[in-house]
Design a protein around this ligand. Structure first.
Ligand SMILES: Cc1cc2nc3c(=O)[nH]c(=O)nc-3n(C[C@H](O)[C@H](O)[C@H](O)COP(=O)(O)O)c2cc1C
Length: 161
């Protein structure tokens, strides 16, 4: 009998939207292995080693992940994620919903939280399972756009392929 895959989804969240996305991913992965979900402040760097799959998500804030998210990844040793399949996600406001044109231009230029998270996961030795992905809220405090939780569950499941 093969061991069940060890899967961890780490998230940060201010208004609860990224948390909902992380939980939908956990539910989507329940048939694929032992999937758990944990807020970034409750995770110690040592918990990230020895996993089969690690998904890390943050709200996009000023084009970046939260400090707590990057602090956790920065605290990992150089090859701390060796042998771990990794992927990053964020929540964000869709460009078509950003009203001031200057801000829309800045969003295109500076991007979203999942990109730097993904780069750091790979820098720490992780094996990239999926390209970074974003899930959209209708406004800063939410709610998520229709269908995003289903899309998040499907995205997470595709990390197992
Ligand atoms: C201070 C602040 C900065 C934000 N910056 C961005 C941004 O640069 N790009 C973007 O798409 N959304 C931005 N947002 C919207 C957030 O992405 C949104 O609040 C987040 O997805 C909600 O997730 P949460 O409920 O997990 O906190 C910002 C929101 C706040 C409050």
């Amino acid at each position: 009998m093969t061991a069940r895959a060890k899967i961890l989804i780490v998230y940060d969240s201010f208004f609860g939207n990224t948390e909902k996305v992380a939980r939908a991913m956990r539910d989507g992965l329940a048939t694929e292995g032992d999937a758990s979900v944990c807020r970034v402040n409750d995770v110690k760097p040592e918990q990230l080693a020895g996993l089969d799959v690690l998904l890390v998500g943050s709200p996009t804030r000023a084009f970046r992940p939260t400090k707590a998210t990057m602090d956790l990844l920065n605290a990992l040793p150089g090859s701390g994620l060796k042998g771990v399949r990794v992927a990053a996600f964020d929540t964000r406001i869709a460009p078509e919903d950003v009203k001031p044109r200057l801000l829309r231009w800045m969003v295109k230029l500076f991007g979203y939280a999942s990109e730097p998270i993904s780069k750091r996961l790979v820098k720490k030795g992780g094996e990239l399972a999926l390209t970074p992905e974003g899930f959209c809220v209708m406004d800063s405090e939410g709610p998520l756009k229709d269908g995003e939780l289903e899309r998040a569950a499907a995205w997470a499941r595709s990390a197992m392929k």
